[in-house]
Design a binder for this molecule. Sequence first.
Ligand SMILES: C[S@@+](CC[C@H](N)C(=O)[O-])C[C@H]1O[C@@H](n2cnc3c(N)ncnc32)[C@H](O)[C@@H]1O
Length: 390
Amino acid sequence: MENDQKHLNYNDTINLGSYYTPEVIVDLAYSILQKNIPNIKYFTILDSSCGYGSFLAKKDIAKRWVGADIDQEAISEAKKIIGDIDYIHLNSLSNVCRKNLTIRNDEKLIVIGNPPYNDTTSIIRNSIKDVSIQDKIDTDIKTRDLGMSFLLSYDKLKADYICVLHPLSYLIKKANFSLLSKFSRNYKLIDGIIISSHEFSNTSRGMAFPILVAFYKRDQRGMTYDHIQNYKFKVKDDGSFCLNDFDTIVNYVQKYPNKKYLNKNDKPVAKFWTLRDINALKRNRTFIDSDTYNTVYVLMEKLPYYCYIDVFKQYADRMPYFIGNCDVIIDNKKFNEIKECFVAQSIHTNPILKNKFKFREIPNAKLKIEKYFKELLGSKLGEKYAKNFN
Ligand SMILES: C[S@@+](CC[C@H](N)C(=O)[O-])C[C@H]1O[C@@H](n2cnc3c(N)ncnc32)[C@H](O)[C@@H]1O
């Protein structure tokens, strides 16, 4: 791909989140812009993390273009590719204001682009993250994730519209949504398409996660978490989904360590690893043996639900990537009709449960479970996703 960045090593690529955007995705963002903004020709378009300038190549449609990046070499490359626009070399999260970007207060502004996203608290990569950039981020937009700080920076710039890529988890995880409160007070999601992180050539080694090509309009009423839960997200190449279409396991079990909530008479029958989203479940263990700060204690009456999660994990690779940041989904009524199948399957396959409980075979358990998942995905997401199950 011609826009793949070539000048950074592995560490710097992670530090700066420099994964450049393929042309089809840039085109997708522009089709959303053009559909929603009638008079783009009167606007200034800013990409404050422009890299080689992939998002600045549609020159004829707007009044003025500004590209900024913290990486001087990226800017030099961008200048070679798209010449006569305004480039600025700066940290876009430090002293954020229109003036530093040579944008006047009366200019109508659209922010576009693919800002870096990396969780600054993530344990694995912390050792190679550059703290000097993070230290300089304005305190009012500092968060644990660079991408969220970028969203907050667009609010400081009072952009009229924002069309950027960011992890879907920023909106659908309540904790993230809360961190973005200053942003969501002033912006409303009005369009967008979910794409897979695997659309980026350099990132396809990891587990696919959903990225939203999001389109926000500045709006005094902002948006609530309810708006997100009821929002019908379009998925690239296929279908749509809405968080409120699903019931999830959090309505039935304890996700987080619960030792302090146990009563004296409670007799836990098993231990479980802390639950996060579906993608985390794919990586993590389910039932465990040890007492750690991550242990969830399971009472007998809830055991079938935890077995459900354990079995869900076995099938999670056949689920679509775009529900990866959701809690484990469930159809509680149908689950209850066949819950002994999940218990049997879990005891049969999970080494920790095997040692604790007696396996009682249920005829056709596996078939019934497959049918359950087929119906769950087919009814909520479309027949295409049911095909992965027999
Ligand atoms: C994911 S890349 C996207 C580049 C380009 N917009 C594209 O889509 O091809 C993120 C870019 O953000 C830049 N960047 C990272 N932190 C920055 C900061 N604090 N201020 C300005 N640019 C930054 C990196 O140098 C990198 O070029």
